[in-house]
Design a protein around this ligand. Sequence first.
Ligand code: ATP
Length: 134
Amino acid sequence: MNAFATQIISSDGMFYFGRLKNMIIPAVDGELGILPGHEEMIIALTEGILRYQDTKDVWHKAAIGRGTIQFANNRCTIVVDTAEKPEDIDVHRAEDAKARAEEKLQHKLSDREYRLLQMSLARALTRLKLLDKD
Ligand code: ATP
């Protein structure tokens, strides 16, 4: 067993479908490595960078939004709000989103508005981090 079946589903559709040898996920309490034969689990994912190694030993990375990962019977299913490859990220859009969130966070906000803006800022920062522009 040197790989595990993986599907990564975002709101836009199937982001990745295939076999992987290794994966590093942004879990809520830090990064977590996933190898073939991992124990069963369902945990929450937070905004961050997902890294995954395919069966040709090529590492890939993606910016992901919040979601969950399930691992069972050597199969991994990730469901996230958003997922983007570096080449699909519009840097200006992410910079605008970051500036907009930072500006709005200066004002008096309800708890809900504050949480939504923090999430928006985290998505923008993750996208910029993936491009090394944070
Ligand atoms: P914005 O305020 O710029 O819309 P957002 O964080 O609110 O950013 P999301 O709701 O996370 O956007 O994503 C909506 C859709 O747009 C998703 O398909 C996501 O992959 C895509 N998307 C968001 N920001 C970018 C970006 N900077 N580059 C490429 N795709 C993006």
